[in-house]
Design a protein around this ligand. Structure first.
Ligand code: ADP
Ligand code: MG
Length: 265
């Protein structure tokens, strides 16, 4: 569904050239839930923005459903860390915003908007304004808004990282329900091992400077998953420990393991 072939990205700034990502090869299957895990600054947002068509690649190619990505598309939705709702519009009208912007039929989408609000636990809140909702509820509205165009691909950039732990867990449950219902292909960026293991079929671990794929791990745990249930599973402990090792390896010279002792900073 999503294919990255030898994708690189550099930025030329006033303070010189930053090589954000180098030689990324990745295939995400239709309906798959992939987490991209890495430390701050290793190129996760850059990767997602390129898949979304918001940022051109420096080298390589990205295709989604066989077509090269050159600009944003209706079938690819992006969800950011902050909900970015319009404060003067009701919950329902915020969810329906893309419908207006793109001139789709409002009557056709109103029913779907209500279904999505129900699915994410917001039934009964259609007429509220954003400031009347908690941060977690606002992010749910934002999730519904990104789903209203029935995207085949959802790109999520640390969407729960501004929320408290319990809200984050609730939203993770809802996201799993949404994924089962819509069968969308999801790329979910996070710096949290627990979140990656909770949500993903596969975890792509990025190493920093330049961002490269260090390893890809499968997470073979039955769904729906919760942190509570996960806590008892040996597979969770095994994958989490391995991810921890991969993340903690210090940046050696050009991607070699740090144990050589000659690299590091
Ligand atoms: N527009 C930009 N101009 C210059 N450098 C950038 C720009 N966007 C990102 N970078 C640099 O690219 C690297 C990766 O950034 P980013 O993708 O935001 O990482 P992450 O999301 O993993 O924290 C960082 O070194 C960052 O400073
Ligand atoms: Mg980021």
């Amino acid at each position: 569904m999503i294919k990255l072939a030898a994708v690189s990205r550099t930025f030329d700034g006033r303070s010189g050239r930053v090589e954000a990502l180098r030689g990324i090869d990745l295939d995400v299957a239709e309906g798959e839930f992939v987490a991209v895990l890495g430390r701050s600054g290793c190129g996760k947002s850059t990767l997602l923005r390129m898949i979304a068509g918001l940022l051109p690649v420096t080298e390589g190619e990205i295709t989604v459903a066989g077509a090269p990505i050159t600009r944003p598309r209706r079938d690819i939705a992006m969800l950011f860390q902050r909900p970015a709702l319009l404060p003067w519009r009701s919950v329902l009208d915020n969810v329906l915003l893309p419908v207006e912007i793109f001139g789709w039929s409002r009557s056709k989408h109103r029913e779907r908007a209500r279904e999505l609000l129900d699915l994410t636990g917001l039934g009964g809140f259609e007429k509220r304004l954003p400031h009347e909702l908690s941060g977690g509820m606002q992010q749910r509205v934002s999730l519904c808004r990104s789903l209203i165009g029935e995207p085949r691909v959802m790109l999520m950039d640390e969407p729960f990282s501004a929320l408290d732990a319990l809200t984050r867990e609730e939203l993770s449950g809802e996201l799993q329900r949404v994924h089962m219902e819509t069968k969308a292909t999801i790329v979910f960026v996070t710096h949290s091992i627990d979140e990656a293991v909770l949500l993903a079929d596969r975890v792509v671990v990025l190493s920093p400077r330049p961002g490269r794929i260090r390893d890809i791990l499968e997470v073979d745990i039955p769904r729906p998953r919760t942190l509570g249930r996960n806590a008892h599973l040996a597979e969770v402990a095994r994958v989490s420990a391995e991810l921890h090792e991969l993340l903690m390896e210090r940046d050696g010279p050009a991607g070699t393991p740090a144990a050589s002792g000659t690299g590091g900073r």
